[in-house]
Design a protein around this ligand. Structure first.
Ligand code: ATP
Ligand code: MG
Length: 167
């Protein structure tokens, strides 16, 4: 269905506000005016909930998380930036694998745990929307996760279902 990313992200940011304030982290969201895109609202919400949840998990108390959505060429670009520990280049190649979690994070006392499935699922959903996901991160500086979604895209997600319904 047609959806408005600005509304979707505002919704997600509002949902994550409680979790953020518990960790004494502030989420700051700014956006351009964006055209509607085709996509699955619930799945895309899941994408941004996962990424923002990670950002909160790996932030320090008092940190800010910057969420920005903008339009670039024929794409909507959403960036979620935190000022946490960052992810090394070697780990960046692995964290989209199912069940993968960075070793230091598991052994760190503050780690609240996780299954290591979050980013794996995120990537599947983004790719179903013909989008892509990039990481820009340096250890000690923080992490920027960038999701790019095409504006003129054919909705593949749930396509199988539609085909079934048509029969
Ligand atoms: P789950 O999301 O299933 O609860 P998880 O958060 O550990 O578990 P992913 O979301 O897939 O799993 O992330 C994989 C790993 O990537 C994390 O365990 C963590 O080591 C690293 N990671 C993800 N996001 C960040 C981030 N913003 N900063 C630092 N490390 C991160
Ligand atoms: Mg996660």
């Amino acid at each position: 269905t047609n959806l408005n990313i600005v509304l979707l992200l505002s919704d997600v940011v509002e949902q994550m506000q409680i979790k953020a304030s518990q960790s004494d982290v502030e989420i700051n969201y700014v956006s351009d005016e964006l055209p509607e895109i085709l996509g699955d609202y619930d799945r895309l919400q899941q994408v941004f909930i996962n990424i923002i949840h990670n950002a909160i998990k790996y932030s320090n108390r008092g940190d800010i998380i910057d969420v920005v959505s903008a339009i670039e060429d024929n794409h909507i670009v959403v960036s979620i930036r935190d000022y946490g520990p960052g992810i090394s280049e070697i780990e960046q190649k692995r964290i989209f694998n199912a069940f993968y979690r960075v070793e230091e994070d598991r052994s760190r006392g503050t780690d609240e745990g996780g299954s290591g499935l979050g980013l794996y699922i995120v990537k599947q959903i983004v790719e179903k929307h013909e989008g892509k996901i990039d990481i820009v991160s340096q250890v000690g500086e923080g992490t920027n996760i960038i999701v790019t979604l095409p504006i003129l895209s054919v909705l593949i997600y749930g396509g199988d279902q539609d085909e079934k319904n048509a029969k």
